[in-house]
Write a protein that binds this ligand. Structure first.
Ligand code: SAH
Length: 227
């Protein structure tokens, strides 16, 4: 089905009221940055899902996207985005360079692209990357670079924001090294039983501050590429 048709059909199925209810729920759960709330209200989350699931797109739920992966729960997407961008709330200055590990369906990538001049996103499953890239092209987003790779293979680039959508057992030092001074990394850390969403800020060349935000459940960060 063409995107235009999906958008039109999507409007009936996902009325502004349904989206507004999701935003109310996010507000109740503590999301305060109006820019993020508005962006999530206006983002067509149903376009990132298979049609069979699109009626549930504006519920605060993680949903399957195939390949045993899930689109993250909207509350968690909002929380992670806020952790990275909310410092700039007063100036509304966009982030310069953002890195995402675990593109999945591209919904979180889309939100990051609204708050960052450039986004690089890495996904180990080629088919997911291809689908996300297609959706984001249809949404006319052009500040995202897509890569199929294991997110532990990082070059020398530095980022002022890094988001990992998959959980390692411990935060890799190699990832912290990719932060600019003043940069922030948001990442779930732990195993399948217990993970904690952790915010790391780089305060100097060799110092970092870690803040544990809340318990979460993400898919594990896995090795290698699936093509
Ligand atoms: N934000 C995404 C979350 C997808 S789930 C969404 O809402 O759709 C996390 C993703 O991380 C999965 O697609 C998984 O394949 C990917 N992933 C896991 N380990 C990875 C690694 N080492 N490198 C890159 N991607 C990885």
């Amino acid at each position: 089905m063409s995107l235009d048709k999906q958008l039109v059909q999507g409007q009936g199925m996902t009325s502004l009221r349904t989206r507004q209810r999701l935003i109310e729920r996010l507000t109740e759960k503590g999301i305060a940055d109006v820019r993020i709330l508005e962006a999530m209200r206006d983002t067509p989350r149903h376009l990132f899902l298979d049609e069979a699931l699109s009626t549930r797109a504006y519920e605060d739920l993680a949903l399957p996207i195939g390949y045993q992966q899930t689109i993250s729960q909207p509350y968690i997407v909002a929380r992670m985005t806020e952790a990275l961008v909310s410092d700039d709330r007063l100036t509304e200055k966009p982030l310069e360079k953002t890195l995402e590990i675990g593109t999945g369906c591209g919904y979180q990538t889309y939100l990051l692209s609204l708050f960052s001049k450039k986004v690089t996103t890495i996904e180990r499953i080629e088919a997911l990357k291809d689908k996300a890239q297609k959706t984001l092209k249809e949404l006319k987003i052009n500040n995202i670079t897509f890569k199929v790779d294991d997110g532990s293979n990082l070059g020398d680039d530095q980022y002022d924001a890094i988001l990992s959508a998959a959980a390692p057992l411990e935060i890799p030092q190699s990832l912290k090294d990719r932060l600019t001074i003043g940069g922030k990394l948001i990442i779930p850390v732990g195993d399948g039983n217990r993970q904690v969403l952790t915010l790391v800020k780089r305060t100097s060349k060799s110092t970092y501050i870690e803040e544990k935000l809340e318990d979460v459940l993400f898919v594990p960060l896995l090795k290698g590429v699936v093509s």
